[in-house]
Design a protein around this ligand. Structure first.
Ligand SMILES: NC(=O)c1ccc[n+]([C@@H]2O[C@H](COP(=O)([O-])OP(=O)(O)OC[C@H]3O[C@@H](n4cnc5c(N)ncnc54)[C@H](OP(=O)(O)O)[C@@H]3O)[C@@H](O)[C@H]2O)c1
Length: 256
Protein backbone atom coordinates (compact mmCIF):
# COMPACT_ATOMS: atom_id res chain seq x y z
CA UNK A 1 0.00 0.00 0.00
CA UNK A 2 1.14 3.56 -0.55
CA UNK A 3 -0.16 6.83 0.86
CA UNK A 4 -1.32 9.73 -1.35
CA UNK A 5 -2.67 13.16 -0.42
CA UNK A 6 -6.07 14.22 -1.67
CA UNK A 7 -6.92 17.81 -2.59
CA UNK A 8 -9.64 17.67 0.01
CA UNK A 9 -9.42 15.41 3.02
CA UNK A 10 -6.47 13.49 4.45
CA UNK A 11 -4.17 10.79 3.15
CA UNK A 12 -5.71 7.72 1.55
CA UNK A 13 -4.32 4.20 1.28
CA UNK A 14 -4.28 2.82 -2.25
CA UNK A 15 -3.28 -0.65 -3.34
CA UNK A 16 0.04 -0.83 -5.19
CA UNK A 17 -0.03 -2.76 -8.44
CA UNK A 18 0.22 -6.45 -7.53
CA UNK A 19 3.86 -7.55 -7.53
CA UNK A 20 4.63 -11.29 -7.42
CA UNK A 21 6.30 -12.22 -4.15
CA UNK A 22 9.82 -13.61 -4.16
CA UNK A 23 10.78 -16.62 -2.03
CA UNK A 24 14.04 -18.39 -1.24
CA UNK A 25 13.81 -22.05 -0.23
CA UNK A 26 16.89 -23.95 0.99
CA UNK A 27 17.14 -27.74 0.86
CA UNK A 28 14.78 -27.65 -2.09
CA UNK A 29 15.79 -30.66 -4.19
CA UNK A 30 13.82 -33.18 -2.14
CA UNK A 31 11.08 -33.75 0.42
CA UNK A 32 9.57 -30.76 2.23
CA UNK A 33 11.64 -28.15 0.39
CA UNK A 34 10.76 -29.54 -3.03
CA UNK A 35 7.03 -29.51 -2.29
CA UNK A 36 7.32 -26.00 -0.80
CA UNK A 37 8.88 -24.72 -4.04
CA UNK A 38 6.22 -26.40 -6.18
CA UNK A 39 3.40 -24.93 -4.11
CA UNK A 40 4.95 -21.47 -3.96
CA UNK A 41 5.42 -21.39 -7.74
CA UNK A 42 1.85 -22.63 -8.21
CA UNK A 43 0.73 -19.80 -5.91
CA UNK A 44 2.42 -17.18 -8.09
CA UNK A 45 5.72 -16.73 -6.25
CA UNK A 46 9.03 -16.30 -8.00
CA UNK A 47 11.44 -18.67 -6.27
CA UNK A 48 15.15 -19.24 -5.78
CA UNK A 49 15.69 -22.87 -4.83
CA UNK A 50 18.94 -24.07 -3.24
CA UNK A 51 20.53 -27.36 -2.31
CA UNK A 52 24.04 -28.76 -2.68
CA UNK A 53 23.07 -30.67 -5.84
CA UNK A 54 19.85 -29.02 -6.95
CA UNK A 55 20.82 -28.88 -10.62
CA UNK A 56 21.91 -32.50 -10.94
CA UNK A 57 18.96 -33.71 -8.81
CA UNK A 58 16.81 -32.36 -11.66
CA UNK A 59 13.63 -32.40 -9.59
CA UNK A 60 12.94 -28.75 -10.50
CA UNK A 61 13.59 -26.99 -13.78
CA UNK A 62 15.43 -23.70 -13.41
CA UNK A 63 13.51 -21.63 -15.93
CA UNK A 64 11.23 -18.60 -15.80
CA UNK A 65 10.11 -17.77 -12.30
CA UNK A 66 12.30 -20.47 -10.74
CA UNK A 67 16.08 -20.19 -10.33
CA UNK A 68 18.33 -22.92 -8.92
CA UNK A 69 21.51 -22.30 -6.92
CA UNK A 70 23.81 -25.21 -6.09
CA UNK A 71 25.86 -25.17 -2.91
CA UNK A 72 26.14 -25.94 0.78
CA UNK A 73 23.97 -23.31 2.49
CA UNK A 74 26.17 -23.55 5.58
CA UNK A 75 28.89 -21.73 3.64
CA UNK A 76 28.60 -17.95 3.56
CA UNK A 77 29.53 -17.71 -0.12
CA UNK A 78 26.59 -19.97 -1.06
CA UNK A 79 24.21 -17.84 0.99
CA UNK A 80 25.51 -14.75 -0.81
CA UNK A 81 24.96 -16.35 -4.24
CA UNK A 82 21.43 -17.39 -3.25
CA UNK A 83 20.41 -13.90 -2.15
CA UNK A 84 22.26 -12.24 -5.06
CA UNK A 85 20.33 -14.50 -7.46
CA UNK A 86 17.02 -13.44 -5.91
CA UNK A 87 17.93 -9.76 -6.17
CA UNK A 88 19.43 -9.91 -9.66
CA UNK A 89 16.63 -12.07 -11.07
CA UNK A 90 13.60 -10.79 -9.18
CA UNK A 91 14.64 -7.62 -7.32
CA UNK A 92 13.47 -8.45 -3.78
CA UNK A 93 13.07 -11.11 -1.08
CA UNK A 94 9.67 -11.52 0.59
CA UNK A 95 9.96 -15.00 2.07
CA UNK A 96 12.91 -17.08 3.23
CA UNK A 97 12.26 -20.73 4.07
CA UNK A 98 15.19 -22.15 6.06
CA UNK A 99 14.46 -25.78 5.31
CA UNK A 100 17.86 -27.40 4.64
CA UNK A 101 18.60 -29.69 7.53
CA UNK A 102 20.11 -32.98 8.61
CA UNK A 103 18.78 -35.44 11.17
CA UNK A 104 21.35 -37.71 12.82
CA UNK A 105 19.71 -40.03 15.36
CA UNK A 106 22.27 -41.57 17.75
CA UNK A 107 22.88 -42.01 21.46
CA UNK A 108 24.55 -38.82 22.74
CA UNK A 109 27.91 -40.39 23.61
CA UNK A 110 28.24 -41.97 20.14
CA UNK A 111 28.16 -38.73 18.17
CA UNK A 112 31.41 -37.98 16.38
CA UNK A 113 33.00 -34.58 15.85
CA UNK A 114 31.99 -34.94 12.19
CA UNK A 115 28.33 -35.53 13.16
CA UNK A 116 28.47 -32.38 15.27
CA UNK A 117 30.00 -30.32 12.44
CA UNK A 118 27.39 -31.61 9.96
CA UNK A 119 24.49 -30.77 12.24
CA UNK A 120 25.81 -27.33 13.15
CA UNK A 121 26.97 -26.66 9.57
CA UNK A 122 23.60 -27.29 7.94
CA UNK A 123 21.04 -26.64 10.68
CA UNK A 124 22.66 -23.53 12.22
CA UNK A 125 25.20 -22.06 9.78
CA UNK A 126 22.64 -22.86 7.06
CA UNK A 127 20.19 -20.62 8.89
CA UNK A 128 22.61 -17.90 9.93
CA UNK A 129 24.29 -16.60 6.79
CA UNK A 130 21.32 -16.65 4.42
CA UNK A 131 19.01 -15.18 7.07
CA UNK A 132 21.40 -12.28 7.73
CA UNK A 133 21.52 -11.44 4.04
CA UNK A 134 17.78 -11.92 3.40
CA UNK A 135 16.80 -9.90 6.46
CA UNK A 136 19.13 -7.06 5.40
CA UNK A 137 17.13 -6.88 2.14
CA UNK A 138 13.80 -7.17 3.97
CA UNK A 139 14.84 -4.21 6.13
CA UNK A 140 15.21 -2.10 2.98
CA UNK A 141 11.73 -3.23 1.89
CA UNK A 142 10.38 -2.85 5.44
CA UNK A 143 8.60 -6.18 4.99
CA UNK A 144 9.37 -9.88 4.85
CA UNK A 145 8.86 -13.24 6.48
CA UNK A 146 11.33 -15.91 7.58
CA UNK A 147 10.03 -19.44 8.18
CA UNK A 148 12.33 -22.02 9.78
CA UNK A 149 11.80 -25.76 9.75
CA UNK A 150 12.46 -27.33 13.14
CA UNK A 151 11.25 -30.67 14.53
CA UNK A 152 8.62 -31.68 17.03
CA UNK A 153 11.36 -33.55 18.93
CA UNK A 154 12.54 -30.20 20.33
CA UNK A 155 9.34 -29.95 22.40
CA UNK A 156 8.87 -33.64 22.89
CA UNK A 157 12.00 -35.84 22.89
CA UNK A 158 11.18 -39.52 22.38
CA UNK A 159 12.87 -42.26 24.40
CA UNK A 160 12.81 -44.69 21.48
CA UNK A 161 14.68 -42.34 19.14
CA UNK A 162 17.67 -40.45 20.58
CA UNK A 163 18.58 -37.43 18.45
CA UNK A 164 20.03 -34.80 20.78
CA UNK A 165 21.95 -33.04 17.99
CA UNK A 166 18.57 -32.23 16.47
CA UNK A 167 17.46 -30.75 19.80
CA UNK A 168 20.69 -28.80 20.17
CA UNK A 169 20.52 -27.21 16.74
CA UNK A 170 16.80 -26.98 15.97
CA UNK A 171 16.16 -25.79 19.52
CA UNK A 172 18.34 -22.82 18.62
CA UNK A 173 16.13 -22.09 15.61
CA UNK A 174 13.02 -22.09 17.77
CA UNK A 175 14.60 -19.71 20.27
CA UNK A 176 15.96 -17.33 17.65
CA UNK A 177 12.52 -17.28 15.99
CA UNK A 178 11.24 -15.52 19.09
CA UNK A 179 14.19 -13.17 19.54
CA UNK A 180 14.22 -12.03 15.90
CA UNK A 181 10.43 -11.61 15.90
CA UNK A 182 10.94 -9.03 18.65
CA UNK A 183 14.08 -7.47 17.15
CA UNK A 184 12.50 -6.80 13.75
CA UNK A 185 8.82 -6.27 14.56
CA UNK A 186 9.16 -2.51 14.07
CA UNK A 187 10.52 -3.10 10.59
CA UNK A 188 7.64 -5.27 9.41
CA UNK A 189 9.58 -8.54 9.27
CA UNK A 190 7.98 -11.68 10.74
CA UNK A 191 9.67 -14.88 11.93
CA UNK A 192 7.86 -18.17 12.43
CA UNK A 193 8.83 -21.83 12.68
CA UNK A 194 7.16 -25.06 11.61
CA UNK A 195 8.00 -28.00 13.88
CA UNK A 196 6.89 -31.17 12.08
CA UNK A 197 6.67 -34.64 13.50
CA UNK A 198 7.89 -37.38 11.21
CA UNK A 199 7.23 -36.49 7.56
CA UNK A 200 7.05 -38.89 4.65
CA UNK A 201 10.21 -37.84 2.76
CA UNK A 202 13.36 -39.56 1.47
CA UNK A 203 14.93 -38.75 4.87
CA UNK A 204 13.35 -41.95 6.23
CA UNK A 205 13.63 -45.40 4.66
CA UNK A 206 10.28 -47.03 3.97
CA UNK A 207 11.24 -49.93 6.28
CA UNK A 208 11.20 -47.49 9.21
CA UNK A 209 7.71 -46.13 8.51
CA UNK A 210 5.74 -48.56 10.68
CA UNK A 211 7.91 -47.68 13.70
CA UNK A 212 7.82 -43.95 12.92
CA UNK A 213 4.03 -43.90 12.63
CA UNK A 214 3.85 -44.82 16.30
CA UNK A 215 5.58 -41.51 17.18
CA UNK A 216 2.35 -39.61 16.54
CA UNK A 217 -0.97 -40.02 18.36
CA UNK A 218 -2.58 -40.02 14.89
CA UNK A 219 -0.42 -43.07 14.06
CA UNK A 220 0.73 -41.85 10.68
CA UNK A 221 3.42 -39.74 9.06
CA UNK A 222 2.79 -36.20 7.91
CA UNK A 223 2.74 -35.65 4.15
CA UNK A 224 4.86 -32.94 2.51
CA UNK A 225 1.68 -31.30 1.21
CA UNK A 226 0.55 -30.76 4.79
CA UNK A 227 3.78 -28.89 5.56
CA UNK A 228 3.33 -26.78 2.42
CA UNK A 229 -0.27 -26.02 3.45
CA UNK A 230 1.01 -24.69 6.77
CA UNK A 231 3.74 -22.64 5.10
CA UNK A 232 1.19 -20.92 2.86
CA UNK A 233 -1.10 -20.39 5.83
CA UNK A 234 1.74 -18.72 7.77
CA UNK A 235 2.31 -16.45 4.78
CA UNK A 236 -1.33 -15.39 4.82
CA UNK A 237 -1.62 -15.10 8.62
CA UNK A 238 -0.02 -11.69 8.89
CA UNK A 239 -0.52 -11.28 12.67
CA UNK A 240 1.34 -14.54 13.43
CA UNK A 241 4.87 -13.71 14.54
CA UNK A 242 7.42 -15.42 16.79
CA UNK A 243 5.37 -18.62 16.69
CA UNK A 244 6.47 -22.26 16.63
CA UNK A 245 3.65 -24.28 15.06
CA UNK A 246 3.73 -28.03 15.69
CA UNK A 247 2.58 -30.26 12.86
CA UNK A 248 2.82 -33.65 14.52
CA UNK A 249 -0.69 -35.04 14.96
CA UNK A 250 -0.59 -33.95 18.61
CA UNK A 251 2.71 -35.55 19.69
CA UNK A 252 3.93 -32.38 21.43
CA UNK A 253 0.74 -32.23 23.49
CA UNK A 254 1.55 -35.13 25.81
CA UNK A 255 1.65 -38.90 26.24
CA UNK A 256 -0.70 -41.28 24.51
N1 LIG B 1 11.28 -35.73 7.29
C1 LIG B 1 11.02 -35.57 8.55
O1 LIG B 1 10.50 -36.47 9.24
C2 LIG B 1 11.30 -34.26 9.23
C3 LIG B 1 10.74 -34.02 10.49
C4 LIG B 1 10.99 -32.83 11.13
C5 LIG B 1 11.79 -31.88 10.53
N2 LIG B 1 12.33 -32.13 9.32
C6 LIG B 1 13.18 -31.11 8.74
O2 LIG B 1 12.67 -30.73 7.47
C7 LIG B 1 13.74 -30.30 6.66
C8 LIG B 1 13.65 -31.02 5.32
O3 LIG B 1 13.73 -32.41 5.56
P1 LIG B 1 13.25 -33.51 4.50
O4 LIG B 1 12.65 -34.60 5.27
O5 LIG B 1 12.49 -32.86 3.40
O6 LIG B 1 14.68 -34.02 4.01
P2 LIG B 1 15.23 -34.59 2.64
O7 LIG B 1 14.14 -35.13 1.77
O8 LIG B 1 16.37 -35.43 3.02
O9 LIG B 1 15.76 -33.25 1.95
C9 LIG B 1 16.81 -32.52 2.51
C10 LIG B 1 17.14 -31.41 1.54
O10 LIG B 1 18.18 -30.61 2.12
C11 LIG B 1 19.24 -30.50 1.16
N3 LIG B 1 20.46 -30.27 1.95
C12 LIG B 1 21.03 -31.06 2.88
N4 LIG B 1 22.14 -30.48 3.38
C13 LIG B 1 22.24 -29.28 2.75
C14 LIG B 1 23.16 -28.21 2.82
N5 LIG B 1 24.21 -28.25 3.66
N6 LIG B 1 22.98 -27.13 2.05
C15 LIG B 1 21.91 -27.06 1.20
N7 LIG B 1 21.01 -28.05 1.09
C16 LIG B 1 21.18 -29.13 1.85
C17 LIG B 1 19.18 -31.79 0.35
O11 LIG B 1 19.68 -31.70 -0.96
P3 LIG B 1 21.22 -31.89 -1.38
O12 LIG B 1 21.62 -33.29 -1.00
O13 LIG B 1 21.22 -31.64 -2.85
O14 LIG B 1 21.97 -30.84 -0.63
C18 LIG B 1 17.66 -31.93 0.24
O15 LIG B 1 17.18 -31.07 -0.78
C19 LIG B 1 15.03 -30.55 7.44
O16 LIG B 1 15.45 -29.37 8.06
C20 LIG B 1 14.60 -31.56 8.48
O17 LIG B 1 15.38 -31.51 9.66
C21 LIG B 1 12.10 -33.29 8.64
Amino acid sequence: MSSISLLSGGPMQVASSKIAKVAIVTGASSGIGLEAVRRLVASGYRVVANSRNITSANTLDGTGDLKRVDGDIGIQETAQRVVDTALQSFGRVDLLVNNAGVFIPKPFTEYTAEDFQRAVGTNLSGFFYVSQLAVAQMRLQRSGHVVNISTSFVSQPVGALSASLANLTKGGLESVTRSLAIEFADEGIRFNTIAPGVVNTPMHPVEAHEFLKQLSPLKRLAEVGEVADLLLYLESATFLNGEVVHLDGGAHAGKW
